[in-house]
Ligand binder design. Structure first.
Ligand SMILES: [Zn+2]
Length: 744
């Protein structure tokens, strides 16, 4: 996609101006300008093409006569094709602003109808599928100005006329008859341009000849022998200075041709050197420059940006981001073209990413800031998918925020998840897949190559990041324990379409005093996940995603005041017969090892009574029990939880006195004059007077205090004569009824 010039200084403005290459583009603002420009060129109706799909274009021979001083084109275009379904007509796209004088097939005129920007040609005979044939359309006229596809204007101090074309996405039909859709590349192309002899004409492929012809004109012949989409065919004519460079790519010396205005010669010569360096870099990453048997080059034009015309990017200036973006398109957009507008990120996300690869390598100190600025743009709204959900909305298709920047940062995240070696190997396979190279591709094609090389199912990733909307915000809790660190990762999502973003989360732990640091990557697969890592030093600070790989926003990092807790949701004790049963539950465990049961007779001095293994790491509610033997009954209890790293935490204290009072014997029962209480407790229970605080309740709730039994196993006899006949309850101080007494 054409990349417009911005009136903004890039971070590298100082370096760039020193090179006299012009202002560079601020990557984070590209989308806004590109979508605006695309909107000018593609209205809703413009998204439709009308060429028939009953034929497969093989070759275009384009013969044009132009003068940059005049908005006019005259010429003939011969389309070679193979019928794909039987029929006696084919339809090409061609603007009604142009007048067709004749259509010929095999040297004879044939009938045609030119209406609705469609040129329907009636063939001499019905053609069977697989039949090769060709038609030649002769036409002329003033191309419509509305779409800016064919522009005549001036440049420079002398207001020299200049002509350029810019056809993406559906402007080709404004100046030549073709198949204008995203579904049929011609296998090759010849361009013959007749123009005033004082000028030079640039176009796709290799320059074959510049021949003087009558009328002080020159016939310039360009020949291109790679598959090409119609929107990537372009011409430009003015008083160009032609500069020649070359670069060795894969053993081939690739010519680099610069067509620039005389007043821009120094700038464009310097810019060519940047392009050559980028071409070497991209060839190393993605395979040789796709058109290395012909050339690459820059052609200066006046539209406010750039456009990746095949083998000859049209450039408003020599901003380095622009150079790298348009060159990147030669692989992503030109060699492999998105098969539908829903997949525009395969062009724009990649071109944006390649520009970042170039600038990050050349200006590494700016990397974090540049990535952060882009992510801030991506996350400036809570929703939006890279997948184009409305192909009738041009602004959506060319959304800088989503198709360019978020697309580019999906590639960052794939690099982070898969590792660069795997990522680049997979993308190499994608860009060089014989089924895709020099043709069209979908996001599914890319995904398949990524999965094949990585061995990973990336459905979740594409669900969350390609069709899903929004981004995660992380709430990181951490606590250093010695040389280790505990981490808990919570996540919220900006958009309801994704319930959880599964990512490897990088945290950089540092010790400010010793300057030790360690980057730890946590494979975060569930929300609220707990981790522990042995850093080898005590961390004093944490930095989230220090190299800015992830699309996130509003992250928080909290150093907790104590070990990340096992959350006890319940702890109680009940008497079961003579035993005490402790029960507790946890709702979160991180690195829990085991629970130690502590008992005490005074709630101050604690004895270990046993252990229970912990689940370990869990977000579920887990219930635990521990039965305290009667003989070990302590009265006070608490649970001490041990983490795997030895850190501990304890519950609150619960109290229950079981067994001793329940074993109370009463006799005789019913009683008349007296009754005897006998404690049957065994063992010693210092600190506890078992039957201290015994009360005798009648049914009216009146109570009588009984004298305590001083020692376990002893008896005490009480005078019952003063008690009214009836039922009494023997209740110890803790309020639990333990026995009944009948008074006659
Ligand atoms: Zn682009």
């Amino acid at each position: 996609m054409k990349l417009p010039f911005l009136l903004l200084f890039f971070l590298l403005a100082v370096k760039i101006s020193a090179q006299e290459s012009g202002r560079d583009f601020l990557t984070s603002d590209i989308a806004q300008f590109e979508s605006r420009s695309a909107g000018l060129r593609v209205n809703a109706a413009g998204l439709r093409v009308v060429a028939s799909n009953n034929f497969d274009v093989k070759y275009y021979r384009c013969e044009w006569e132009v003068d940059p001083a005049v908005n006019h084109i005259k010429g003939s275009v011969t389309s070679h094709f193979v019928m794909s379904t039987a029929g006696n007509s084919i339809t090409l796209d061609l603007s009604n602003a142009l007048t067709v004088s004749a259509v010929q097939q095999r040297g004879s005129n044939v009938a045609f109808v030119h209406a609705g920007d469609a040129l329907t040609i009636t063939l001499q005979n019905p053609l069977a599928p697989g039949t090769k044939d060709s038609v030649t359309v002769s036409y002329e006229g003033p191309p419509p100005a509305a779409n800016g596809a064919f522009v005549v204007t001036t440049h420079g101090p002398s207001a020299t006329p200049v002509l350029w074309t810019l056809s993406e996405p559906y402007g080709s039909r404004d100046w030549w008859p073709c198949k204008n859709g995203l579904d049929d590349k011609a296998d090759s192309l010849d361009v013959y341009i007749t123009h005033p002899a004082t000028y030079k004409a640039a176009s796709n492929g290799l320059l074959q000849s510049e021949t003087a012809v009558a009328g002080s004109k020159t016939l310039t012949h360009w020949k291109h022998r790679y598959a090409i989409a119609s929107y990537l065919v372009a011409i430009a004519v003015t008083n160009y200075i032609v500069l020649d460079n070359s670069v060795l790519i894969g053993g081939t010396n690739v010519p680099f041709k610069t067509y620039c205005y005389p007043e821009s010669q120094v700038t464009f010569q310097n810019g060519a050197l940047n392009a050559l360096n980028a071409m070497v870099q991209f060839s190393n990453l993605f395979g040789d420059y796709p058109f290395k048997n012909e050339k690459y080059g820059h052609v200066q034009f006046g539209w406010g940006g750039g456009m990746e015309h095949q083998t000859c990017s049209f450039m408003v200036n020599m901003g380095e981001t622009l150079i790298a973006h348009e060159l990147g398109h030669q692989w992503f957009g030109d060699k492999v073209t998105c098969a539908s507008w829903q997949d525009i990120w395969l062009n724009e996300g990649f071109a944006t990413h390649l520009a970042s690869i170039y600038t990050e390598a050349k200006y590494p100190a700016n990397t974090k800031t540049a990535r952060t600025n882009e992510i801030n743009t991506i996350t400036s709204l809570p929703g939006g998918s890279v997948w184009v959900d409305n192909v009738n909305d041009v602004n959506r298709i060319f959304s800088n925020r989503l198709s360019y920047l978020k697309g580019s940062h999906l590639l960052y995240m794939l690099r982070w998840i898969l590792g660069d070696a795997t990522f680049f190997a997979a993308v190499n396979n994608y860009i060089n897949d014989p089924a895709l190279a020099y043709g069209y591709a979908t996001s599914a094609n890319l995904k398949a190559h990524l999965e094949t090389v990585s061995g990973k199912d990336l459905t979740y990733f594409f669900d969350q990041w390609f069709t899903g909307e929004g981004y995660p915000s992380y709430q990181v809790e951490w606590y250093p324990t010695g040389n280790s660190v505990q981490v808990k990762l919570n996540q919220t999502q900006s958009h309801a379409s994704v319930g959880f973003f599964r990512l490897p989360v990088p945290l950089l732990f540092r010790n400010a005093g010793t300057n030790q640091q360690k980057l730890v990557v946590f494979e975060n697969t569930t929300n609220g996940q707990f981790f522990v890592d042995n850093l080898g030093f005590g961390a004093t600070e944490v930095i989230f995603d220090p190299d800015v790989w992830l699309i996130t926003r509003n992250n928080t990092i909290t150093k907790t005041s104590g070990p990340l807790p096992v959350v006890f949701s319940q702890f109680s004790v009940e008497c079961r017969g003579n035993n005490a049963r402790l029960s507790w539950a946890t709702t979160e465990e991180v690195n829990a090892d085991y629970f130690e049961i502590l008992g005490s007779k005074d709630a101050r001095n604690w004895n270990a009574m046993g252990t229970v293994p912990a689940i370990g790491n869990s977000k579920e509610t887990n219930e635990y029990f521990f039965d305290v033997e009667t003989a070990l009954n302590q009265g006070y209890y608490r649970i001490r939880e041990y983490d795997t790293d030895g850190s501990t935490q304890e519950t609150r204290i619960v109290a229950a006195q079981c067994g001793g009072v329940e074993s109370l014997k009463i006799y005789p029962n019913p009683a008349t004059d007296s009754f005897t209480l006998e404690s049957s407790l065994k063992g010693t229970f210092p600190g506890k007077a078992p039957l201290k605080g015994l009360l005798l309740y009648n049914l009216k709730g009146n109570h009588f205090v009984l004298e305590p039994i001083a020692e376990h196993g002893r008896t005490r006899t009480f005078d019952a004569r003063s008690l009214a006949p009836g039922l009494y309850f023997v209740v110890p101080g803790n309020g639990q009824v333990i026995s009944k007494l009948w008074k006659r």
